[in-house]
Write a protein that binds this ligand. Sequence first.
Ligand code: SAM
Length: 206
Amino acid sequence: MNIDAIKTAYRRYARIYDVVFGPIFHPGRKVIIGALDCHAGDNILEVGVGTGLSLPLYPDDVKVTGIDVSAEMLTKAHERVEQEGLAHVDAVLEMDAEQMRFSDNSFDKVVAMYVVSVVPDPVQLVKEMARVCKPDGDIFIANHFRSNNPLLKLAENFLSPLSKLAGFRPDFDLDDFLQKTQLEVTEMHSVNLFGYWKVLRCRNIG
Ligand SMILES: C[S@@+](CC[C@H](N)C(=O)[O-])C[C@H]1O[C@@H](n2cnc3c(N)ncnc32)[C@H](O)[C@@H]1O
């Protein structure tokens, strides 16, 4: 997986993304935003915001910034912000989440929904999320992780060589991810179809 392959994959997905991945991922988006425990004035960053399907779910009294590397996905997000009059959305920007232009400690909460198994370097992504998040802030991640079910594991291994084309890694391992990122998970929920995806709340230990 490299950034060009990701941009190519999401250039292809942009037009159909909301129909194909909208409803199936939506319960997880709602769980994350509920778990954010937002307070008025919170400054929230969502990395890999895509077409902005989550943006209408945030409360009106927070400030949300969304970033993504795909210009085509972001065009859809801009349209949504305008059409739905989402005044709590501060900015939607084209930016690589592995090398963000934000200063240290800029955000109260940093969120990645269905992104960690998509980026070229998930460890660098988490490092950047921790850097821009305030020291006592929270990092929230929703993602599919490799299944423990032997049949699903087989299917994930089979699909693994197609990662570049598909734009995500089907065999992304949770234990390996946590060990490499040193994330301190304080809550974990299973979400979406068959609980096949997980929502992680992590304390930013900077
Ligand atoms: C599966 S989509 C998820 C979109 C959205 N979060 C959702 O809930 O539907 C993954 C998104 O991550 C973006 N992405 C991949 N690598 C990225 C990076 N390094 N920096 C920022 N965005 C990235 C892709 O362009 C794509 O829009």
